[in-house]
Ligand binder design. Structure first.
Ligand code: SAH
Length: 354
């Protein structure tokens, strides 16, 4: 039994079934018992290892991609370097390391971070202290400057709602109680949501469609900012162009577990529906690109070979395995996808196609 299970059950008993998004929000970010607020979530000790924690090459190449875009847009002398959901701060640290000799880049960059967990903010502060990062509450609060943004495994951690298509229309899947245990049921009255209209022609009775309203709102704000001020955003996540069905996943100590079994102890995520994420943005977006393809285009093989020259024995084996893990289609190469947002007056960043 977890500390959160009785709290959630009490809430449901008092106010009725809750949306899946409310369950996710509580499990991930409850101030005392939330997953991101209590666990050593990343790295070899945590439940999952993210790309920047696998190898420095990930952050280096994406950092150089952002820096190239900054150069292509005339090297603005003041700009925002933003990361959404920076975790341990490793990705931003690698970006800053890779760009340290680029004239004018560090001098012009104001580092902004969007992070909900106070515990992770503290880790980020420690790691990035020399660069004096600032934590933003939302994208809309950022100063009016060009924005160069990176987000890895951020949107998949945001709460989603699920809707099931029935003859009567869309019915939301809610978490209630049955014999004292969590139980997923459907709202009896159909819900009309314009955000689901475009799916009606393609779904069949019983199909589930997910909605990441919070993620879409953040993408919209980013799109406005990039179109008005310049810059770009590189968004990398677990997902696809249009997702269908229940993609919720709970991971506890490196194993997949039942979604409702360990509230607050398991990492919860859902595949990102990139089509929904980038629909109706003010700026342009690139094609969706598999992570492995993007990293190859950005030169990961040459970088891996250069780094390999300094390594031997176990360190070399680990380095080769990390390269494969990031790029191979059977590992992270295809499961993770990347998309770039950029102003409609410019072209897609290096490694992306239009
Ligand atoms: N980008 C990092 C961490 C990914 S995990 C990496 O690649 O290793 C997701 C991150 O998003 C965590 O830092 C988590 O605390 C943060 N996060 C989750 N929900 C958030 C929210 N609603 N607002 C801001 N940050 C959030």
């Amino acid at each position: 039994m977890t500390a959160l299970a009785p709290l959630l059950k009490q809430r449901i008993a008092q106010t009725g079934p809750i949306a899946i998004s409310e369950y996710m929000q509580t499990c991930l970010l409850h101030p005392k018992h939330g997953y991101y607020t209590t666990q050593a979530v990343f790295g070899q000790q945590g439940d999952f290892v993210t790309a920047p924690e696998i190898s420095q090459m990930f952050g280096e190449l994406l950092g150089l991609c952002l820096a190239q875009t900054w150069q292509d847009q005339g090297r603005p002398d003041r700009f925002i370097l933003l990361e959404l959901g920076p975790g341990r701060g490793t990705l931003m640290a690698d970006i800053l390391h890779a760009t340290r000799t680029l004239d004018g880049f560090h001098a012009g960059a104001q580092i902004h971070l969007l992070e909900a967990s106070p515990q992770l903010r503290a880790l980020q502060k420690e790691k990035l202290q020399p660069f004096q990062p600032v934590w933003a509450e939302q994208v809309a609060d950022l100063p009016n400057l060009p924005i160069f943004c990176i987000a890895n495994e951020f949107f998949d951690a945001l709460p989603i709602r699920q809707f099931q298509f029935e003859a009567t229309g869309w019915h939301e899947r809610l978490i209630g109680l049955k014999d004292g245990a969590f139980h997923i049921g459907l709202t009896s009255a159909p819900t009309h949501l314009p955000a689901l209209d475009h799916r009606v022609g393609e779904v069949q009775i019983g199909d589930i469609v997910e909605l990441n309203t919070g993620g879409q709102a953040i993408a919209k704000q980013l799109g406005h900012h990039i179109e008005a001020q310049g810059g770009a955003a590189l968004l990398i996540d677990y997902g696809d162009w249009e997702t269908l069905g229940d993609t919720l996943q709970a991971v506890y100590q490196h194993d997949i577990t039942e979604f409702l079994s360990a509230p607050g102890l398991a990492d919860l995520s859902a595949h990102v529906d990139f089509a929904a994420l980038v629909s109706n943005l003010a700026c342009k977006h690139s094609r969706l690109t598999p992570q492995g393809v993007l990293l190859e285009r950005l030169g990961i093989t040459a970088r891996a070979q250069a780094l390999a020259k300094r390594l031997s024995g176990m360190a070399l084996d680990q380095h080769i395995a990390a390269h494969k893990r990031l790029t191979h289609p059977a590992e992270m190469g295809n499961l993770f996808k990347a998309i770039a947002l950029y102003p409609s007056t410019t072209h897609a960043p290096a490694g992306f196609t239009e």
